[in-house]
Design a protein around this ligand. Structure first.
Ligand code: AMP
Length: 490
């Protein structure tokens, strides 16, 4: 069977021209599956992350259907409602819709928190066909009677699992109750927790279910590594690590807002241009940070999970997990910020002894072990507990616990760190709300920083463990980890 084309879906010429201008030459798998069904008006449940092309998968059929029936009157009513958990994702979706509608006479606007009501109210009074919104501000504007949802024909819930995480599910349910019963509903989610499954059962009608990525699968093109390091030593080493990846666009993830600010400050001291995005930053600050990052004005974005969700910046070559996320699926999302649009990428996780349980959870979730190195770039075996609640320590030598390989670098320090820590609970607190407990818990005395030796050539820079030891030594070979970096190296 020949590959599907956008033309084969029967999309109108103005939309096809927009797609050609955007250099969308052929549909991605989720688009191939979702667009024909959505054009027929079917409900859709899409199990897919950002990066799969899911925005176009719901936006194109929505636009096409609305465009078939443009009201003659000047006064427009909201006929498509797209709900996103975060402002950043909402802005990205709205931007995509604007691009798809440059030749189609449909109006759209965005309603998100953190910015003045004035412009948003003005846009709504003017009348729009497509509304992109975050749940909080949407409810607020509905309550103020600025939004009438009685003419909605299509509703899209994007990143539904993230809405659940942030606690938006009750708001979503009430919004759905306000919509006409006869409508099309599309729901996209990277994972399918049971609350989201229930939502689909209660609010969607005979949906077509599409899964483009098994929820636990990390992108094949991402080379993943762990560096075993004490919690305190992370701060001492982060600048050196990033300096080794000079020229790369980098996202550093921290679990807390406080951690993001501290890392950003530290990078600034080393003259690395970095900006933080997290829930305490204003909408404008977050937008500016993202724009500067997109344009390459800042090289490093330091982000919490919630703020970074859905960020799509094509050139990100490296993701650093300054701390591991509490939830394994968040690891998959984080590292998915690299290797966008067919490129390859590297994901490095700094893992303290207290985090070994979380690492175990992640490895079990993604189904593959992640190569681990000490701070000298020597391969180490990690003593990963069966569950994250168990005792956590790095294996000191080959003797204990059945390990065959004796780590050559000094990882005994991590054991010290482990004794000092281990008091962090995994409880269900939201990532942005937590204190930076790791730093508090870490003893870390004597932890070594990374060797700061700069890389001399691009190839080694990208494929070995993250320090100068890779050159010529046996660690370099073993340190290649699971995959080589691919196209960018060549
Ligand atoms: P999304 O998963 O919707 O966030 O899309 C990820 C990225 O892929 C965005 O930068 C899109 O512009 C791009 N993209 C989506 N679909 C296509 C396509 N069919 N061809 C080329 N680029 C695409």
């Amino acid at each position: 069977m020949p590959p599907l084309t956008f033309e084969s879906f029967g999309l109108s010429q103005p939309i096809l021209t927009c797609l050609a201008n955007l250099e969308y030459s052929e549909p991605t798998p989720i688009q191939s599956q979702a667009i024909p069904a959505a054009l027929e008006g079917r409900d859709i449940v899409g199990l897919a992350q950002t990066g799969t092309g899911k925005t176009a998968a719901f936006a194109l059929p929505t636009i096409a259907r609305l465009a078939e029936n443009i009201p003659a009157t000047k006064q427009r009513k909201i006929r498509a409602l797209i709900i996103s958990p975060t402002r950043e994702l909402a802005a990205q979706i709205h931007d995509t819709i604007k691009r798809f509608t440059t030749r189609v006479p449909l109006r759209s606007t965005i309603i998100v928190g953190g910015v003045s009501y004035h412009r948003q109210k003005h846009a709504l009074q003017h009348g729009v066909d497509i509304l992109v919104a975050t749940p909080g501000r949407l409810i607020d504007m509905i309550d103020q009677k600025f939004i009438d949802l009685s003419a909605v024909e299509t509703v899209v819930l994007d990143e539904a699992d993230q809405m659940l995480d942030i606690g938006f599910l009750p708001a979503i349910r009430s919004i759905l109750e306000l919509l006409p019963e006869k409508r099309q509903t599309m729901l996209f989610s990277a994972t399918m927790p049971k609350e989201i499954r229930k939502l689909t059962t209660n609010h969607l009608t005979n949906p077509l279910e599409i899964s483009v990525i098994p929820e636990t699968k990390t992108a094949d093109r991402i080379e993943q590594k762990v560096i075993a390091i004490g919690q305190k030593a992370k701060m001492e080493s982060i600048s050196d690590l990033l300096l080794e990846y000079e020229g790369e666009q980098i996202i550093v993830f921290t679990r807390t807002k406080h951690g993001a600010d501290k890392v950003t400050k530290r990078l600034g001291v080393s003259n690395i241009r970095a900006a933080a995005i997290h829930g305490n930053k204003s909408h404008n600050q977050r937008e500016r940070a993202l724009q500067d990052f997109r344009k390459g004005k800042t090289r490093v974005l330091v982000a919490t999970d919630i703020a970074a969700r859905g960020i799509d910046v094509p050139g990100v070559g490296l993701v650093v997990n300054y701390d591991l996320p509490e939830v394994p699926e968040a690891y998959v999302h984080r590292i998915g910020r690299t290797a966008r649009a067919g490129a390859s990428g590297i994901a490095i996780s700094l893992v303290s002894t207290e985090e070994l349980g979380l690492l175990g959870d992640i490895q079990r979730t993604i189904g593959v072990p992640i190569s681990a190195f000490d701070t000298n770039g020597e391969p180490v075996e990690l003593d990963i507990p069966r569950s994250s609640g168990a005792k956590r320590s790095f294996r000191r030598g080959g003797g204990g616990g059945g390990g065959q390989r004796r780590p050559r670098g000094s990882d005994g320090n991590h054991r010290k760190g482990g004794n000092a820590g281990g008091n962090r609970s995994r409880g269900g607190a939201k990532p942005e709300g937590r204190r930076d407990g790791g730093e508090r818990a870490e003893g870390g005395r004597g932890d070594k920083p990374f060797s700061a030796k700069p890389r001399r050539d691009g190839q080694q820079k990208r494929s070995g463990p993250p320090n100068g030891k890779r050159r010529g030594g046996p660690a370099g070979g073993a340190g290649g980890g699971n995959r080589s970096r691919g196209p960018k190296v060549a």
